[in-house]
Design a protein around this ligand. Structure first.
Ligand code: DAH
Length: 337
């Protein structure tokens, strides 16, 4: 036993682990419950009585030395990892690329901020949505061709990636007693070929205002305010009759072209107007589907694509730029928000 202790005393002096964490390897090998030093202590009871004094002293020496070695290894490995990981000077000036927000995030924040001034708060809903919230409650009858307006990615029976943020209107109305004044930003998905003008995913912001006596004039004034705050005080708006299953009446809203100020250019196809959102009065059937008495309450809703607003605001001509993460593109955007 004495020989074995002497041997270990030598061994621990020259210990060089192979694992990344030498100190832990050392501990496991010698000091842990199943380690070699502990097992010598277990064997100590078998040492004949007349040798116990000598062997005991030696064993204690081994144990103390092993503890010391472990401390040494721990402090040396801590200092090497520290210096490798933290060897930088935080006072150096930043070189090269400075981080910036994604243009879509900037515009989403700006939209939220503008409507925030009118008392709108923000709600979010899931991107994986069921048929009820994405279609049925929004008054898309089963098998109705209106469902084809949006090419849907189904992931299971009656479960799909949401095709619009209008689904969040349903979730909000099911859970909130009017008055409701909400803005619902989020990512949406459609099974479309990717091009400069279309993508299989993009972002929308939905707006919803439900209270007693909400009128189409309220909708119009709200959207005029938004358009002028977003695109400049001279911006004009135009509402064209349209169709959506969940609004009645429905409209599409154009703004005077931000590129040519209405004179006519490629972006507005020489019409002077560009479409930026769909809107309308919430169909009473939608309110009823969500448990709200349509005889007491009315409301308006609108939905816009964040990419589209961003393209018009910053003169971006290819939708794909937003998802390619080329820092030469996304690094150009700066805003106070
Ligand atoms: N959900 C529609 C779409 O994705 C946009 C829309 C139209 C939203 C009218 C609305 C609305 O809230 O009232 O094309």
């Amino acid at each position: 036993m004495k020989d074995r202790i002497e041997e270990l005393l030598k061994e621990i002096e020259t210990f060089a682990g192979s694992a990344e964490d030498h100190a832990e390897e050392f501990r496991l090998k010698y000091l842990s419950r199943k380690g070699q030093v502990s097992s010598l202590f277990d064997d100590f009871k078998n040492v004949p009585n007349e040798l116990k004094r000598d062997v005991g002293q030696l064993l204690n020496k081994l144990k103390n030395r092993a503890q010391e070695r472990w401390d040494e290894l721990r402090s040396s490995s801590a200092s090497t990892t520290n210096s490798a990981k933290f060897n930088f000077d935080p006072t150096l000036p930043v070189g090269g690329f400075l981080g910036s927000r994604h243009p879509l995030s900037l515009v989403r924040r700006e939209i939220i901020e503008i409507f925030g001034r009118l008392g709108f708060t923000v709600a979010e809903g899931p991107e994986i949505e069921d048929d009820w919230h994405n279609f049925t409650a929004l008054n898309f009858p089963e098998e109705h061709p209106a469902r084809d307006m949006q090419d849907t990615f189904f992931i299971a029976d009656k479960i799909a990636l949401r095709t619009h943020t209008s689904s969040v209107q349903v979730r909000v109305l099911e859970n909130t007693k009017p008055p409701v004044r909400m803005l619902m930003p989020g990512r949406v998905y459609r099974n479309e070929a990717i091009s400069a003008r279309a993508h299989c995913f993009f972002h929308q912001v939905e707006g919803l205002y439900v209270d007693k006596n909400v009128s189409f004039a309220d909708l119009k004034q709200t959207l005029l305010y938004f358009s002028r705050e977003m695109f400049g005080a001279d911006t004009q708006i135009r509402l064209r009759p349209s169709y959506f299953p969940f609004t009645e009446p429905s409209a599409e809203m154009d703004i005077s072209c931000t590129i040519c100020s209405g004179k006519g250019c490629n972006v507005c196809k020489h019409s002077g107007w560009v479409e930026i959102m769909g809107c309308g009065m919430v169909d009473p059937a939608v309110l009823q589907n969500c448990g709200i008495d349509a005889n007491v309450y009315s409301g308006f809703a609108f939905g816009m694509g964040i990419e589209r607003i961003t393209m018009l605001k910053y003169g971006v001509n290819d939708l794909r730029l937003f998802s390619e993460n080329d820092v030469r593109f996304i690094g150009q955007f700066r805003s106070a928000l």
